[in-house]
Write a protein that binds this ligand. Structure first.
Ligand code: SAH
Length: 325
């Protein structure tokens, strides 16, 4: 298939392969050629667990009464950001639920300006949901560099089913607005959403290509017990990694994370996502008292020690003969 554009059918056939090894090898070859040995480490701050959306898979959706709600103050966000910068992080990702208090952009604007005032070369990535053109523009002017907004699934009907009151068209429209404002733009999707097919995963991959994404995050769906989709099986990590590898073939120069949902489980050298096309990893630097409340999917509570975790991760990456950045 070398040298030829992958069609929808090609992608479906690849996803079904008995032995995917040659594709992983090709993805690794392209990654090394385009990205060298660098692994980009990002710090993520989960600034609010309030959300007005009703995403049927997400543990902090607005209708989950059991979710613990918190909203970090500007000072708390800055403290976490500065702690991350001191520990060596060069990108801060600000992520939250669609909290009306944050959707106006004022708090985020101040936070962005203050981080940039401390270190103008630190990149700021927003993962703040569907913002209006005006707010996107304001935050870009304040200095935000990148924006992550996964399209979640390219299957129109499935999208509408798991996002009551929302449409795939609106989501794609926001992604195009983000791109046209000059943000480095990231989309992505979940793998293993109940009702998802291999055909629609091929469409997901073609959509990130069509959008010319600079970044794409793919992660397995993980059921949260207090959501309408509770009890469904977890998405396959292998299928997720196959999607990452194919994304590398489609978008050779993109930044592709080994997502938090895959975790460090498969971080031994040959099995690691970094040998299969991925070149980015994210670490939570959310203060401990809030971390446990930000449960988009169930996760064991872990202590926050920004420096120690960064150092440990750097050691793992170096042991793979890669360079942490
Ligand atoms: N409110 C922001 C941030 C969402 S959290 C937004 O909507 O963009 C970031 C990502 O976590 C989501 O885009 C979704 O793909 C993923 N996610 C949410 N719930 C999940 C679950 N139960 N399992 C796996 N991934 C999930």
């Amino acid at each position: 298939m070398k040298g030829k554009e992958l069609t929808r059918q090609d992608i479906i056939d690849l996803l079904k392969l008995d032995d995917f090894t040659p594709i992983y090898e090709e993805a690794d070859r392209i990654k090394c050629q385009q990205k060298g040995k660098e692994v980009l480490i990002r710090a993520i701050i989960e600034y609010s667990s309030y959300c007005q959306m009703r995403c049927q898979y997400c543990g902090i959706n607005g209708e989950n009464r059991k979710a613990i709600r918190y909203r970090m103050s500007k000072d708390e966000i800055l403290k976490a950001a500065f702690g991350a910068i001191d520990a060596g992080y060069r990108t801060i990702v600000l992520q939250g639920g669609e909290d009306p208090v944050f959707m106006t952009g004022e708090i985020l604007e101040d936070v962005i300006c203050e981080i940039k005032a401390k270190d103008k070369d630190v990149a700021i990535t927003l993962s703040a949901g569907e913002l209006s053109d005006e707010v996107l523009e304001k935050l870009k002017k304040a200095g935000a560099n990148r924006f992550l907004l996964r399209h979640e699934t390219a299957d129109r009907e499935l999208f509408a089913r798991i996002h009551p009151g929302k449409t795939l068209e609106e989501r794609v429209d926001r992604l195009r607005a983000i791109k046209s404002l000059g943000y480095e733009t990231g989309s992505g999707f979940m793998v293993g959403i109940p009702g998802q097919s291999l055909e629609s995963l091929a469409d997901d991959l073609l959509l990130i290509k069509e959008l010319s994404c600079d970044m794409a995050g793919m992660g397995p769906y993980i059921a949260h017990p207090d959501t309408p989709l509770a009890g469904n099986p977890t998405g396959s990590v292998e299928l997720t990694m196959r999607c990452v590898a194919i994304a590398r073939l489609l978008l050779p120069n993109a930044n592709l994370p080994v997502t938090t949902a895959i975790g460090v489980l498969d971080m031994d050298k040959r099995n690691s996502g970094f040998a299969k096309g991925a070149n980015v990893v994210m670490r939570k630097v959310t203060p401990e008292k809030y971390k446990a409340a930000y449960q988009i999917y169930p996760a064991k509570p872990v202590k926050t020690d920004i420096k120690k975790e960064r150092n440990e991760l750097e050691e793992i990456i170096k042991s793979m003969d890669l360079i942490p950045v």
